[in-house]
Design a protein around this ligand. Sequence first.
Ligand code: URA
Length: 264
Amino acid sequence: MSGAEADQAALLAALSWQVEMGADEAIGDAPVDRFAAEAPPNATLPIATPPIAAPSAAVAASEDPVTEAGRLAAAAGTLEELRLALAGFDGCALKKGAQNLVFADGIAGAPLMIVGEAPGRDEDRLGKPFVGRSGQLLDRMLTAIGRDRTEAAAEQAVYITNVLPWRPPQNRDPATDEVAMMRAFLDRHIALAAPRVLLLMGNAAAKTLLETKTGITRLRGTWAEVQGIPALPTFHPAALLRNPANKRLVWQDLLSVRERLAAL
Ligand code: URA
């Protein structure tokens, strides 16, 4: 490898590392000479004033964001109203760092509803849940039990959402306060979508909706109930990409879901 090729390889490796870490935007088209932009020695420095945070609608109305979320969620009478309520909700800081609201995909009213964790980079970019690598695996898993998010017929349809509708920075795990804040929206989402069976993928969905501290490894494969709807926790597709040996267990869970749906 020539010196120039080695430099190029190193630059590409550095770039892909930054993408891995969540950097998805280059700020500014033109280079800035920050030395030239420095203030001349005798210039009077402006007195620093602390930034005044613009109050969000929730704060202005002196309503805390969790209460506001509960009120907005309860007022939504349809999934579209819920989507609009979420789009207008400024109480969750994740919204500021996200490109898009990721509400749902698939067929509203499908007998099977899947709840994942939170959007990743691809989902944030496209505004749809499970469209990246783990989404591709999820689609293959669904095909294996005769489900397809693009099919409207009840025997094949599926509806997909997440615990959080905005991407956490660097794809970190959802924080407890974020989940608590968005919980009312998720509960309302399930109530309005009214599925017959829920598949809870990963720790965030299972622990949140089953209100337990028990991890997914112990929860998976055992049917529970959420709002009176049969709910099965299983491993998240992203976890299967890291640990393919667990695919065998998830296949058992998927067969169990298929059986439940067939018995409706
Ligand atoms: N992981 C999730 O939990 N949800 C998505 O939408 C994408 C990845």
